[in-house]
Each structure stands twice: as C-alpha cells, then as structure tokens.
Design a protein around this ligand. Structure first.
Ligand code: DAT
Ligand code: MG
Length: 169
C-alpha cells in the first residue's frame, strides 16, 4: 500500500524514488540476449544487493527506440543504433537500491567497451561500441523517463526483500 502510494506520488510529482528506493532502467541489448548473457547480467545486479522490481523480454519497436534515444537523433550512428536495438529481443529491467543509477553505470563500464575496465560488464563481454550488450540510465531523471517509457505502472512490483537487513544497516 505504501509502495503504491509512493509510486503514484513519484509519478505525479516527478520526484523519483530516492535513497534505498532509487530506481534505474537497464536493458540487455539484442547482442546480449543472443550471446546468452542475460543470466550473467541479472546475477551481477542480484549479487550486488540490488532489488529487481521489473523485468520483461520484449521486441522493442522502432518508435519506442527512437523516443528512448531521442537525444542522439542527430548522431551519424543513430539509424544503425535503432536497427541494432530492434534486431531482436531485449530484456528490459528496473532495479532498485541505494545509488543504483550511478552504481549500475559503474558496473556497466564505459560506453566504448575498449575503454571499459575488466570486471565491468562491457569490459568483460564485448569489444565494439556498436555492440555493447547493455543499456543503463545515466541519471535519476533519465531513469524516471526511461522507466515510464518502457514499463506500465502495474508491471513494477513492490515486494519485501528478506535480505535487506543484510544489505543496509
Ligand atoms: P551509453 O549507452 O553508455 O549511455 P550513449 O547514451 O552515449 O552511451 O549512447 C547510446 C548508445 O549509442 C551506446 O550504448 C552505443 C551507441 N553509440 C554511442 N556512441 C557511438 C558511436 N560513436 N558509434 C556507434 N554507436 C555509438
Ligand atoms: Mg546513454
């Protein structure tokens, strides 16, 4: 009930979730799905201590992807990016936890896998910027925008994590 109220409040007033309730949008891209990296990627965020609150395998439409990447529409790689992202299923996810937006970006690595350290997802599993296996929101504001673009309210679950006392003190 409290979660429902908070989520409606966060949506209406665009406040976003804060503290341990911060949320980010992550998506395993078509190359990550084809290369069977979904389980590995989900496991990294689970083991870190973040909470999965939404997940779906979906074929993203070009319309959705153009909106998702609208800031990049003038870039020369834009049409290739849309073709790549719509070339097969993606796994769209919402993860929750303290500083999850910033920490998830660190766990992803840099945009270009060549600049990504070993130990990061892009550092460990890919080679080229045009096939960098995962998307992650770059700010709390982007996360809010992307979550509402990719998920309906009733696809995001509030559930009690019985481990939370072992993750937060
Ligand atoms: P990020 O995904 O790290 O947030 P971004 O938002 O700048 O990076 O770009 C979105 C995606 O576009 C990125 O994951 C891969 C693709 N991309 C970025 N720069 C590119 C480039 N120079 N050539 C080809 N694809 C690129
Ligand atoms: Mg980005």
């Amino acid at each position: 009930m409290i979660c429902l109220f908070l989520s409606i409040f966060a949506n209406i007033f665009q406040t976003g979730w804060t503290g341990v309730n911060e949320r980010t949008f992550l998506a395993v891209k078509p190359d990550g799905v084809q290369r069977k990296l979904v389980g590995e990627i989900v496991q990294r965020f689970e083991r870190k201590g973040f909470k999965l609150v939404g997940l779906k395998l979906m074929q993203a439409s070009e319309e959705l992807l153009r909106e998702h990447y609208s800031e990049l529409r003038s870039k020369p790689f834009f049409s290739g990016l849309i073709a790549y992202m719509s070339s097969g299923p993606v796994v769209a996810m919402v993860w929750q936890g303290l500083d999850v937006v910033k920490t998830a970006r660190k766990m992803l690595g840099e945009t270009n896998p060549a600049d990504s350290l070993p130990g990061t997802i892009r550092g460990d599993y890919c080679v080229e910027v045009g096939r960098n296996v995962i998307h992650g929101s770059d700010s709390v504001a982007s996360a809010q925008r992307e979550i509402s673009l990719w998920f309906r309210q009733n696809e995001l679950l509030c559930w009690e994590d019985n481990c939370s006392h072992w993750i937060y003190n």
